[in-house]
Structure formats: C-alpha cells, structure tokens
Design a protein around this ligand. Structure first.
Ligand SMILES: Cc1ncc(COP(=O)(O)O)c(C=O)c1O
Length: 364
C-alpha cells in the first residue's frame, strides 16, 4: 500500500533521542530551547515557543492575542476541528466565513461583512500547505485593529511573496503531529514577533506561572518534552529537502493526471508557494467518492479525505446557529475532495501506480 502519510525518521533522529535519554533530562530543556531558536530563525521571526500540539499552539496564540469570553473570532468552516476548538475553549465565539474554491482557504473578500464590534481576531488556515491571500488579510486586520493568528499547522516552509508561513500574521501556529511535513509524534510551535505575547505564551504553557510557584492566571501543561524536541530539531534541518520532494511529487502527479476527465487538480494561486501537506483533487459531481476511494485502496493507493464534513456540520458548532446551506463552497468541496499520497517516500514508480489507479477508478 502506498500510504497517505509516512514519517521519515533516520539515524539522526534516533541518535538525538538517545542523547536525551543518556542525559537523564527528559522534560523541557536544551533540545526544546534549540528547536525554538532554530524555528524562529527559519521562519524569520523573533520568538518561537514550543508546545505539545498544534492545538495547544492555537490555544496559546489566541490567549496571547487577548481573546476572551464573549469575543468573536473569524475563521474558516473548512479545516481540521482543532482550528476552531481553542476559540471555544476560551469562551469566544467562532464566526465562520466561506472559503475560496480555488485554494480551499478562507475567502478574504467575505471577511469584512462578518466583522462586528466584538470581533477580536481572525484565524486563517493555510490549508493543505498553501498560504491564504495575505496582502488582503493584513489590510483588513490593520483597518479593523484585529489580530491574525495563522493556523500554519500544515504549512511549514510555505511562503507568500517570499515571506514564510509563521511570519505573516501576529502569530503563527504549527503542528508536529506524526503525519505532518516535519514531525515529532506530537508537538507544536507558536511564532510571534511580540515580546509581550511570547511571555504570555511561556506562562500559559506552564500553568500560568510567571516566577517559581507564582501563578498570574489560569494556564495549562502544554510543555514539549526534550525527547520530542530532539526529534523536531533534526526534522527542521531537513524541512527544505522534504518540501522539495513533496513539490516534485506534486508536479509529477500534475503531469501524469493532466487532462483526466472527472477530476480537477490542485491549483496554486499567485504570489505563493505550496508545500503540499496534501495533494488534493476534486471529483466531478456525480462521481461516488466512497467508491472511488475504495477502488484506489484496492489498487494499493491509500487515498484520504480531508475533510469529509465542514466544521458547521458538527453538533457543537451547529448549535452556535449554523445550518446546512450556510457555507455552500465549503459544503460542496467537502463532498468532493480526495487527497493522494505525495510525501517524500513516494517514488517515481509510485507516482505511475497512483496515476494509473486514478485514471482507472474515475472512469468506472
Ligand atoms: C489545520 C490544522 N489545525 C490544527 C491542527 C492541530 O494540530 P495537532 O494535531 O498537533 O494538535 C492540525 C493538525 O492536526 C491541522 O491540520
């Protein structure tokens, strides 16, 4: 089976973990500090703070942005559930804005209509590894004095006009979950240029602590261990190589699938680079996705569906007052997306197998 995701773990990661075990200091320590320094440099920001998941990263960033009970936060109805849950965890209200059908990202032209006196922040998602329309987003945020918390969990290394994901908004949030472009099993990172926000995140990830056994506010245990940090340090050294391999596989898939009837290939909008966390095609209406995915799997191609439903289809979001029909683009695309393997372990031979399987499966 050509799996949809496969972590690339080599001797460097194993050696780094061994070193931490030998040191006897397994909790947050020098490896996490090294990761934070290297990550900030890589993204071109002042601070990077490591935490133990992408979800925690978003929670920390929203907290540091000052999002509180009763505030509104604008975000997309089409993402992983962890984009929206931290907004609810702070007692704020997610206000959804439909997506753009070309990029699957929030449709920035619809954001201003959703802004109210209560709006505090925007959480755009660089879905599948492609940045949003940042020029427009930054202008809206400036005009309405809103914070932008970039959910870049799928977009390490992606760029908008040469600026890296993580450096585009007030905060950037990353995931190091096992299937991500770089990973350490479970982990996350928040980036920011603000000293004050960095201090708030350091405190929030450690029970609200501001000095030994002094707690200024509610906080959590969101610390990353040095075992995870050690893997992440090695993975970050390899990120540009992994990205190039994903981009190469994506362009080989584009060539092999060009002109195939019944599918649309992923598109990359102007001024941005796509790091292909997912290579996502769209099936034409009327083609059964379940059958298509089952046929691909029979042929040894582990296709995935990210994501089968828009966020407002889940009960805890629907109960905020949303219903089917509210976000027609997200609803339509959610019913037709299929992601194909594109990760660095996919070989040229695999590309041929994937392309042949797609062609056979889409045509009956
Ligand atoms: C877009 C998006 N947001 C948030 C998350 C949450 O990250 P994690 O699983 O590390 O908590 C993920 C990844 O799973 C994601 O893909």
């Amino acid at each position: 089976m050509i799996n949809i995701a496969a972590p690339v773990i080599d001797s460097e990661e194993r050696r780094a973990v061994d070193e931490v075990i030998e040191s006897g200091m397994l909790a947050q320590g020098p490896k996490v500090a090294e990761l934070e320094k290297n990550w900030a440099e890589y993204c071109g920001v002042k601070h990077a703070l490591a935490v133990n998941s992408g979800t925690a990263a978003i929670h920390c960033a929203l907290y540091a942005a000052g999002v509180k009970e009763g505030d509104e936060v604008i975000t997309t109805p089409y993402s992983f559930i962890a984009t929206i849950n931290p907004i609810l965890m702070l007692g704020a209200r997610p206000v959804l804005v439909d997506i753009d059908e070309e990029t699957f990202n929030i449709d920035v032209s619809k954001i201003e209509a959703a802004i109210t006196e209560k709006t505090k922040a925007i959480v755009p998602v660089d879905l599948y590894g492609q940045p949003c329309d940042w020029a427009e987003l930054q202008e809206i945020a400036k005009k309405h004095d809103l914070k932008i918390i970039e959910d870049a969990c799928q977009a390490i290394g992606a760029e908008y006009k040469g600026i890296k994901a993580g450096a585009l908004g007030d905060f950037g949030c990353f995931s190091l979950y096992a299937t991500k472009n770089i990973m350490c099993g479970e982990g996350g990172v928040v980036t920011t240029n603000s000293d004050e926000a960095a201090a708030a995140i350091r405190s929030f990830r450690q029970h609200g602590m501001v000095a030994p056994y002094e707690y200024a506010d509610l906080g959590y245990n969101y610390r990353m261990s040095d075992l995870h940090g050690a893997i992440a340090v090695e993975q970050l050294r390899k990120v540009d190589r992994f990205t190039a391999q994903r981009q190469r596989n994506a362009s080989l898939l584009n060539e092999a699938l060009a002109g195939v009837k019944g599918i649309e290939l992923p598109r990359v909008a102007d001024n941005r680079s796509h790091v292909y966390h997912q290579y996502t095609i769209l099936l034409d209406e009327g083609i059964s996705r379940d059958e298509f995915v089952a046929k691909l799997r029979e042929k040894g191609v582990g296709a995935g569906v990210y994501y089968p439903k828009p966020l407002h289809a889940y009960p805890h979001i629907a109960k905020l007052g949303y219903e089917a029909g509210d976000f027609p683009v997200a609803e339509d695309l959610a019913a037709r997306v299929v992601s194909l393997p594109v990760h660095p372990k996919v070989t040229d031979e695999d590309i041929e197998i994937i392309a042949a399987a797609v062609k056979e499966s889409v045509n009956g």
